[in-house]
Write a protein that binds this ligand. Structure first.
Ligand SMILES: [Zn+2]
Length: 504
């Protein structure tokens, strides 16, 4: 509009100048050209020249416009096509999110036709194929994505998922290794690489992945350190099987240092130290390990680290072992058991009473039964406690945090659900006895819950975990007057004086 107005003004000025020259400044001009002669005034000549210039300008502009038209139309068409393509892509992604396989595939085809953006359309096509259950097509798309630099990582991710879905772990591991080479600092790649390497028995590869994750702070610090420790322990077991004691010791030391609360590492380290004649070092290490994670297996390992100790001497040693966590239920039960072996009935009763305050468990009941029988020869009371044991709270056990299965021994993977480092030592939920998981046992079912015909003999012969009080044969001859122990909450009954009396 402004341009048109400006143009009109210019023409009007030109006409005005021509009129002025023609009317006010008369003068004649003659032109002779190719045998023609033109006589006119100066004004008219200028007007004609101006008009010719305007005409030429108009023609020139029109020609430029005509020349550009096909390009403009092409660009408009292309923009329109892209717009429709991206709309199809969006609709396809929405369909994938909604789980509509047919819709997703329809939009994927449309986006592929309309767009020149293979990374995006390939990914959508692959996802749509996966959704439709067409694994072969999905694999084809993901494999095609490996050809281009910008889509290679996406393709590898898709292929890893696809291989895991097909149960082809070796292929998944190869893809994970390639993905790790492309992007070494991607947390999910490191986690996948760790899991698959460990499963495939490539423990060194798994350890590298765990170490990279820890050093790069790519996983939460505690998680990365724990994984590193567990895989180091696995490597130690492997070296032990290969009869390489030096390497086993080196690896288990690293594992214990990384995770002092990893009980099986502490136990293996204690065995190796004792085996090489370093009982003192083993004992000191176990005392620290108890502070990190009190566990009955540590007491079993402590015996050989403090050889030749029995009775009160052994009780004192156990006192030293548990000193850093003296009020922990495991510590109280360890002390009670050692006191029973030392025939310090009052002391045993006191520790059992304190342990019972935290919860009357199966083990508390069985130790109480043993105490009643040993101290007073009261078989009825002992039987009563054994009856209670069946209904008491379960004792801590190795429980899988992923599936809840119980395991008798710690192992790197849960025997029921294969979760890595899933087993933790804590109180299990009550599990119905008739439904044990294959390869896994419930602690409660390991011993009869109902009193057998001759319970006391079974108990006194088989319950001792701590070294027996050698040299102090026979049941306690002199007993303090029997104190009534009410069945529910375990009470602190005996006094320390009685305990001393019982052994002197
Ligand atoms: Zn499990």
């Amino acid at each position: 509009m402004t341009r048109a107005l400006w143009f009109s003004v210019k023409v009007a000025v030109l006409v005005a100048i021509a009129w002025y020259l023609a009317e006010k400044q008369p003068g004649q001009v003659s032109l002779v050209w190719q045998g023609y002669r033109v006589d006119t005034s100066v004004g008219i000549l200028l007007l004609a020249a101006g008009l010719v210039a305007v005409l030429v300008a108009i023609l020139y502009r029109s020609w430029g416009g005509i020349k550009r038209t096909p390009g403009d139309i092409g660009r408009k068409l292309k923009a329109n096509r892209e717009k429709r393509g991206y709309r199809a892509l969006t609709q396809g992604m929405v369909a994938v999110a909604a789980g509509e396989a047919v819709e997703a595939q329809r939009w994927a085809r449309k986006a592929d036709e309309l767009l020149d953006a293979p990374p995006l359309t390939m990914l959508l096509s692959a996802q749509a194929a996966q959704l439709d259950g067409d694994d072969q097509a999905a694999k084809r798309y993901f494999t095609a994505m490996l050809e281009r630099d910008e889509t290679r990582f996406l393709g590898l991710r898709g292929l890893i998922t696809q291989a895991l879905r097909d149960g082809d772990e070796p292929a998944a591991l190869e893809y994970a290794r390639s993905a790790h080479t492309l992007k070494p600092n991607t947390p999910w790649v490191l986690e996948t690489l760790f899991d698959l390497s460990e499963q495939a028995g490539d423990l060194e590869g798994a350890e590298r992945a765990a170490r990279d994750a820890a050093h790069g702070k790519l996983l939460p610090a505690t998680e990365a350190t724990r994984k590193h420790a567990v895989v180091l322990l696995e490597r130690a077991y492997k070296s032990q099987r290969a009869s390489d004691p030096a390497q086993t010791l080196k690896l288990v030391k690293q594992a214990h240092k990384a995770a002092p609360d990893l009980v099986p590492a502490s136990v293996l380290l204690a065995e190796l130290l004792v085996g090489s004649g370093r009982q003192g070092a083993a004992a000191r290490m176990l005392e620290k390990a108890w502070a990190a994670a009190p566990h009955p297996a540590l007491i079993a390992a402590y015996g050989p680290a403090r050889p030749g100790k029995a009775g009160i001497e052994w009780l004192n040693q156990v006192g030293k072992l548990v000193a850093a966590a003296a009020k922990h239920p495991e510590s109280l039960l360890a002390l009670a058991e050692a006191a029973l072996d030392a025939k310090l009935w009052g002391e045993a009763r006191r520790h059992l009473g304190e342990a019972g305050e935290a919860g009357v468990t199966d083990r508390v009941c069985r130790l109480m039964a043993r105490l009643e029988e040993a101290e007073h020869g009261d078989l009825d009371k002992a039987r009563e406690w054994l009856m209670r044991a069946g209904e008491a709270l379960p004792d801590p056990a190795w429980v899988c945090d992923s599936c809840g299965a119980l395991a008798r021994e710690w192992q790197p993977r849960c025997g029921a659900c294969d979760a890595y480092d899933g087993l933790a030592w804590h109180t299990p939920p009550r599990v119905p006895l008739e439904a044990p998981v294959a390869g896994v046992v419930t602690q409660v079912s390991a011993e009869p819950a109902v009193l057998p015909a001759e319970p006391v003999e079974v108990l006194t012969n088989g319950e001792d975990a701590a070294p027996p009080a050698a040299g102090e044969a026979g049941p306690a001859p002199e007993t303090a007057p029997a104190e009534p122990i009410p069945a529910p909450p375990v009470e602190e009954a005996s006094k320390p004086e009685e305990a001393r009396r019982a052994t002197t």
